[in-house]
Write a new protein. Sequence first.
Length: 244
Amino acid sequence: MMDAEFSMSYGTLAGSTRTTRLLRLTDQAHGQKAPLVLISDLTDVGRSDILIRVRQVASLLTLRERPLYLVHWARPWREGGGERFSPLVRDLDALIRSVLPNAGAMHIATFGSGALIGFKWLAHCTREGNPVPVCSLSLLAPSLSVMGRAPRTSLASAPARSCVVTDMAGRAADWAETISLAARLPHPPEFIALDNPEHYLVARDTRTLTDTGPGEFIEFAGSWKQAWCDWLSAAEPDTARLAS
């Protein structure tokens, strides 16, 4: 999709490199909340399905008076395309630091295989001795593989506050992968499992998650997106929460 079309559909182009586009989805002047950066799936046929869509999530977040940005890839990954991770990580880092140099702490949310780039970026920043102040990490329909590739990926740089959102319906292999990812995080995440658009489960304790279900859970009726937005607000840095 061309930049102009994508910008008209989602927001304003805030910065770009050869591989990566950073779009501003809301007015920067909105409120005093920490900005949220959405990292899209690497493919155009990713795991983030009808219950977890970038456009749906972004539409709700624009009503919450939070600076909102979307990372969009210049070219979706294809089977056997030979794409490399390192240029995306470097370009993402350059864009975030140039467009949001004084943002302070920020929230990160990844869609599908965008989790790969999110984790690799956090690890890169830590390795370079210039860590990003991330107050929360949300993994929406996460996958640590793309087009048959499952590179070694460290999760050690994930922040203390993290949230995993996954769709339970008919996705046995994806569910097992998501459980494995949640168990590898350095801090127990909030874990939300979706049944349908108006029904979701929240795990009481991620240690009770199994390959077949969420273990001990609390059942809710309503929109998971509203609950997730409330979780984001609770994860605000103290300075942003006091100023809002």
